[in-house]
Design a protein around this ligand. Structure first.
Ligand code: SIN
Ligand code: MN
Length: 206
């Protein structure tokens, strides 16, 4: 596993179970509320294998751009990022050695068949990426087999098991590394969360 000097920090079990319960309840509310989660259709016409809700700005899966409203779906405005979410992500980033105030959060819900193909997070502003502001990820519920690759799609990938409460941060020279989720391992969520699946939150600074 690459380390902090390379811009990659894996904070295992960063969030205790009590905090996971609170965060999972908020994610569930946002996913099920008005302007809640939907299964995006991507550029080629395929459906993503996650349910997504974007806070702060909406990531449009057809244009790969951030927008104020969900132009690809129902035109609803992206809900604001809750202050406590941004604060949580800043704390994680600080523990990983980064200073950043994220202003976007993508929440993805993975059911038992959820997955996400290998991709780069590169739709934030050029200034943000040049500054190396990290992507801050936090996982809740079932364990995911997360694939972490290199700067080129063909580079080898390392499989990592991201468990509930784990934070994973990649910034600086690692900011554009390829990553994805090959599978979810059902039945691995802490029972206290009552989740049959996985929430993943990724925070970024536009
Ligand atoms: C993502 O890359 O957007 C999600 C990563 C994850 O689910 O761990
Ligand atoms: Mn990503």
């Amino acid at each position: 596993m690459p380390g902090p000097s390379e811009g990659v920090v894996w904070l295992k079990r960063w969030l205790p179970v009590a905090g996971q319960q609170v965060l999972a309840a908020r994610c569930r509310e946002l996913m099920e509320g008005p302007a809640g989660g939907y299964v995006p259709t991507v550029r080629g016409g395929g459906k993503m294998r996650v349910r997504m809700v974007c806070l702060g700005r909406h990531w449009n899966p057809l244009t790969y751009r951030y927008e104020e409203t969900r132009a690809d779906y129902d035109g609803a405005p992206a809900p604001p990022i809750p202050a406590e979410f941004a604060a949580l992500a800043s704390r994680i980033a600080a523990d990983a050695g980064f200073r950043v105030e994220p202003d976007i959060c993508l929440i993805n819900w993975y059911g038992p068949d959820g997955r996400m193909g290998l991709h780069q997070d590169k739709d934030e502003s050029a200034a943000s990426i040049a500054a190396g502001f990290p992507v801050v990820s936090i996982s809740l519920g079932d364990t995911a087999r997360f694939l972490f690759g290199g700067l080129r799609r063909r580079d080898p990938v390392e499989p990592i098991l991201l468990e509930s409460g784990d934070a994973f941060v990649f910034g600086g020279p690692a900011r554009l590394r390829y990553h994805g989720v090959s599978r979810i391992i059902p039945g691995t969520s802490p029972p206290a969360l009552g989740l049959a699946g996985r929430f993943n939150l990724t925070f970024r600074r536009f």
